[in-house]
Write a protein that binds this ligand. Structure first.
Ligand code: AMP
Ligand code: GLY
Length: 423
């Protein structure tokens, strides 16, 4: 089989690593891929947003199955376009990807179907939004409606910050059209859990839970990033919590999307907060999370392509999807300065003994050498019997990898180790 993977980050590298293990796969193309993915797939330099070029490429190269990984192409309807040419895909169609593409849509969906989430108000008029902020409980959370590279959420701890956030989104258009409508949301507190789930619209199969570390600085300080590291499973996500989430959130969401005529097929990501009033949805993503995928997929024991095809064929319920009971930790090696400005082009040295543990996020090949090309450069994943062992092992691997100007958070997993469930 010839497989096409749209995307080019650490998440796509983790997906490709798994897909490669299926014996029926003869060729994998990554569009655009990256310098590290090039070890495992043929990278084709078509941008992940160039829909016509990607569809033409898939047709010309007789692709048997396509996996559309990033949010933008899903929201833009890549799956619809590829399916229209008879190419089966993994990923939701545009009418379902809206669950991530519009926060207003997802909030209204949750309200209509009584799915627990933060209370909120929606505004498309700046004066009304500012008036509301005058008396809103503080802290408050301001969210741009549309996609904003994971940066469209501002937690305002003072009224002034809230006013600035509203103005920057609605007046200064900090996120372009994505901020023309905003959601002003109740501030929730509690441990955060990411749960990625396979769903074919009939069954939902949650993967092992995980925990992201979004802030750039240790102790969860500093700016939000695309994610500085992850651990799985998340020890706060007990069996009792998992049961509540299945009954109150996962199944109701799948049913709600069906009722709306927007059946979701693919990987649905539930960003959850375990509040004192029970688990609540912080956000939905219409795709695998990054870097959650880099800890979740290494623990998947069932063949990934088989699971994906079962999702496409709506036979997921017939499959027994198994995960290992081990623990995983992924530490992101970033460029110093990320998520703001940083230099690129530094040579990366990865010993051969470590290479299978590395998912490349932002690196290119230059003069035959792997060099840094992005803010997040590598995800380094270790698996072990316990969480402390997995954390130690991933930092040990990191210490063997060298590139100038690298930055890591040294406390990935520290918060998880404080969970009462960790012995
Ligand atoms: P996002 O960029 O959408 O992944 O959201 C960034 C982060 O903002 C989340 O991971 C949460 O930590 C935080 N967040 C979002 N909504 C809320 C909320 N209602 N209350 C508290 N924190 C929130
Ligand atoms: N790790 C969060 C995301 O993929 O959006």
């Amino acid at each position: 089989m010839k497989i096409l993977v749209v995307g080019g980050g650490g998440r796509e590298h983790a997906i490709i690593t798994k897909i490669k293990q299926n014996k029926s796969v003869s060729k994998i193309y990554a569009l655009p891929g990256n310098g590290g993915i090039a070890r495992d797939a043929e990278c084709v330099n078509i941008g992940a947003k160039d829909i016509d070029a990607i569809v033409n490429f898939a047709v010309e190269n007789k692709i048997d199955y396509a996996i559309v990984a990033p949010d933008d192409p899903l929201v833009l309807g890549y799956v619809d376009a590829l399916e229209a040419k008879g190419i089966p895909c993994f990923g939701p169609r545009a009418n379902a990807a809206i669950i991530e593409g519009s926060k207003v849509f997802s909030k209204e969906l949750m309200k209509k179907y009584s799915i627990p989430t933060a209370e909120c108000e929606v505004f498309d008029d700046v004066e009304k939004a500012l008036k509301y902020i005058e008396t809103a409980p503080i802290p408050t959370v301001i969210k741009a409606d549309g996609l904003a590279l994971g940066k469209g959420v501002i937690i305002a701890f003072t009224r002034e910050e809230a006013i600035d956030a509203v103005k920057s989104m609605m007046c200064d258009k900090a996120f372009g059209k994505s901020g023309e409508r905003i959601v002003v949301e109740e501030f929730l507190e509690g441990p955060e859990v990411s749960v990625l789930a396979f769903t074919d619209g009939k069954s939902v199969v949650p993967m092992v839970s995980s925990m992201d570390h979004k802030r750039v600085g240790e102790g969860d300080t500093g700016l939000n990033t695309g994610g500085m590291g992850t651990i799985a499973p998340n020890p706060y996500y007990t069996d009792a919590v998992a049961w509540q989430c299945m009954e109150r959130i996962f199944l109701p969401t799948i049913r709600a999307m069906n009722c709306e005529g927007r059946t979701f097929k693919g990987c649905l990501y539930f960003g959850l907060m375990l509040t004192k009033d029970g688990p609540k949805v912080i956000e939905y993503n219409c795709r695998f999370g990054d870097p959650e995928t880099q800890v979740v997929l290494p623990l998947l024991e069932t063949d990934l392509l088989t699971v994906m095809q079962a999702v496409t064929n709506e036979t997921l319920g017939e499959l027994d999807v198994k995960f290992s009971d081990k623990h995983a930790c992924c530490v992101i090696m970033a460029s110093k300065g990320y998520p703001e400005s940083y230099n690129k082009g530094y040579e990366i040295e990865i010993p051969e003994s470590v290479i299978d543990n590395v998912y490349v996020a932002g690196a290119a090949i230059k003069d035959g050498k792997l060099v840094t090309s992005g803010g997040r450069v590598l995800g380094v994943t270790a698996i072990a019997d316990t969480l402390p062992e997995a954390i130690d092992a991933s930092y040990k691997l990191v210490s063997e990898i060298k590139f100038e100007n690298s930055y890591i958070r040294r406390d990935i997993g520290a918060r998880a180790l404080k969970a009462p469930e960790v012995k």
